[in-house]
Design a protein around this ligand. Structure first.
Ligand code: GAF
Length: 380
């Protein structure tokens, strides 16, 4: 059964009627540009084929009832405030809250969700949920809500209602990505450029390696990185670390006493430059040449931002030893997935190399798949 038919079947069995429609929103991987989003910098994600599908219909009585394939019971809520709804349903209640706070009249609705986006793998299952619910409610209510405004509302749900201090990349990716393209997003202006990323035309693949490492203390570590960056920007007298260019890096580091903070700044400044360099290469169709930038990004996350863990480092090293053009962890860090840019016919050999490296260390086996950039949120 596809995710869409699961969502539709769940709607029918829960509510005894047909949904008015099905809306899908994908998970994402980030090709390059990690932790740059909340520094007003640049990111380059693309949408995964895995998605959250919302089957939804309006209803006559006020409020929202939502259920999902990862929860036992439906949850019903009315207009609410942060803290009122907890657990997985907070992501949906947060979207309703953010829409209402922005002045929209949100249509009362019944929603069932189904998903094949891996949870806890750093591929934005929560942003996909928010984006699917937001897209469904916007369509059902005929809301005058341009696509460009939607990610910030979903991000607000996550930041304020759920309480996770994340940037705007994941919701932007889930909502604004296009098939066959990577999304070059300027996280300050929110301008986007759809960058052609046609892997098949070059006989290439992006192998996604889920390290199957449970995230630990992620929220605290994420928040600590964010705080350190904001404090550095304050000391440097700039609105955000985006305003320190690669040319100005040494001078900026000279103004910072704290060695840890200096490393954090070096990651953000060099990572922003790597995104720009990657985009320049992709614009001229030189996909293979982005490999070294991916690998340099990983080293920077490992040594300067200190957000990698053994299992992702081992996956990167094994993929590179198996001939990958480049490899790096993707997402917030402390586990999750690694991306390896490989020749398409090397997927099995690369997977075998990573599996062997994991087996030698008695790590739980990784899960791998090859991804091509899929479409963003839409009505099916
Ligand atoms: C997580 C966050 F949600 C994003 O906003 C981004 O900061 C990412 O980590 C790191 O690049 O996915």
């Amino acid at each position: 059964m596809t995710v869409a038919s699961s969502a539709a079947a769940a709607f029918h069995s829960t509510f005894g009627t047909e949904p008015a429609g099905l809306w899908a929103a994908p998970g994402r991987v980030n090709l390059i540009g990690e932790h740059t989003d909340y520094n007003d910098g640049f990111v380059l994600p693309f949408a995964l084929p895995q998605q959250v599908v919302a089957a939804a219909a309006g209803r006559d009585e006020p409020g929202w009832t939502i259920c999902s394939d990862f929860a036992e019971e439906p949850v019903t809520f009315g207009s609410s405030a942060p803290g009122d709804v907890e657990g997985w349903a907070a992501y949906a209640a947060g979207v309703v809250w953010a829409l209402e706070e922005a002045g929209f009249t949100v249509p009362p609705a019944r929603i069932t969700l189904a998903s094949d986006v891996p949870v806890g793998a750093g591929v934005s299952s929560s942003a996909a949920l928010e984006s699917a619910v937001l897209t469904a409610l916007a369509d059902l209510g005929g809301l005058d809500l341009p696509v460009a405004r939607r990610p910030a509302l979903a991000q607000r749900a996550e930041n304020v209602y759920v309480g996770a201090p994340t940037g705007i990349m994941d919701q932007s990716a889930s909502i604004r990505c296009e098939a066959g393209r990577a999304l070059f997003l300027d996280c300050r202006s929110l301008e986007v450029e759809q960058i052609p990323f046609d892997l098949a035309a070059e006989s290439l693949a992006v192998l996604i390696i889920n390290s199957n490492t449970p995230h630990q203390h992620v929220d605290g570590e994420y928040g600590a990185r964010r705080k350190s960056c904001e404090e550095a920007a304050r000391i440097l007298g700039v609105p955000a670390l985006r305003d320190v260019t690669a040319d100005g890096l040494e001078a900026a580091l000279g103004k910072l006493d704290d060695e840890v903070m200096r490393r954090r700044v070096r990651h953000i400044v060099t990572e922003n430059q790597r995104v720009l360099d990657t985009v320049a290469l992709l614009r001229s169709g030189r996909i293979r040449e982005i490999g070294p930038l991916m690998t340099a990004s990983h080293a920077s996350m490992r040594d300067d931002f200190e957000i990698t863990v053994d299992r992702v480092d081992v996956a990167v090293e094994a993929a590179l030893a198996a001939g990958a053009y480049g490899a790096r962890m993707t997402g917030g860090g402390f586990g999750g997935c690694v991306l390896a840019l490989i020749d398409a016919d090397r997927a099995e050999a690369t997977t075998a190399a990573v599996e062997q490296a994991y087996a030698e260390r008695s790590f739980t086996a990784p899960t791998t798949w090859s991804a091509i950039p899929g479409p963003g949120a839409r009505r099916l």
